[in-house]
Write a protein that binds this ligand. Sequence first.
Ligand code: OSB
Ligand code: MG
Length: 391
Amino acid sequence: MIRLDRITLREIRLALKEPFRISSGVQSERRILLLELQDADGASVWSECVAFEAPIYTAETIDTAWLAIREWLAPRLLGHAVDRAADVHARLATNIRGHSMAKGALEMGCWALEAVQLGRPLSRHLGGGRAGLRDAVPTGISLGLQATPAALVERARAAVAAGYQKVKLKIEPGRDVAFVGAVREAVGTEIELMADANAAYNLDDATHHAALKSLDAFDLLMLEQPLGADELLGHATLQAELRTSLCLDESITDRGRATAMVALGSGRIINIKPGRVGGFTESIAIHDLSAAARPLVPVWCGGMLESGIGRAYNVALASLPNFSLPGDLSPSARYWSRDVVSPEWTMNADGLVPVPTTTPGLGVVVDTDFIDSITTRLEVVSTRASAMAVA
Ligand code: OSB
Ligand code: MG
């Protein structure tokens, strides 16, 4: 049973080692919303809200999430007993639209709290006794947009040398065919390569359409989210024209969208980011319906430039069996000069990130002193203070 007494919201700032640019914007310093959930028995866990500072990926931001958690979501949990973590999503989602990343941060925290209560590693708790859970997850790198093909090639070569099992290249109109072509040429045909447009293309634009078709020549593992988030039909039209498999990211907001994608043929692969779909219950439902689809829809775990706390949740999720493609799960040192957990997340020379399978909960220790030193905002929401309610 989960009964939260106290939720602490904190904003921390972590400088990225290198600015990360996608088609819709750039980030150099990551403003991160962390939550600390405390239950009635005094047990506590940390979780992370993956929203960015600006609405460049989905509509949510760190500030809208803070508001949503304080005003509408935290009061749904504080002081109320919920039987199981699997029930939390429904409790947060009923009559509260959107705000999936805000919901996800609370919901995933409840799964971790339940794992701690049961003395189980988060991965094994999510697995729920099913067969085929991984002990290490295959890992890829996502390379941001670069000024020149040569700069991208240099980073791709380094990624291959480091052992990453997949190299993902951000693209946008004007920085696509020549960039992807140069990397394919440099790394050879054995390396799994893919491109991610973050919704930057429009099929009504002849130049855009021609560029997407040209990418078919590079034997990509997949092409991620070329069109807008709402363009399930457009993606189905495009998929019918391409040899390359489409993968949807921004479009998949819940299990209903995943079902629609499969029914419409809008793509063949799904990137699951638990924050984008409101947490683990929805992520597991998408994982399961993808595994049951014929042909089967492989899934992989996306990334949101998380700190080591959010990464713990992604690694646990990616240990489920249908996460059969390498995820965007780079080790801590790719992003930060110092992470907020110990040990930091590491990757071996075969591109595998080990899954914690012995200690209960997240499997890493949160460095609270370091977090204190980089906290820029803090607010406590507790049972007493939560009178506000939504019907
Ligand atoms: O589309 O997956 C994406 C980063 C920012 C916004 C969107 C995306 C990404 C990534 C980063 O690809 C993946 C990572 O966390 O390493
Ligand atoms: Mg993406």
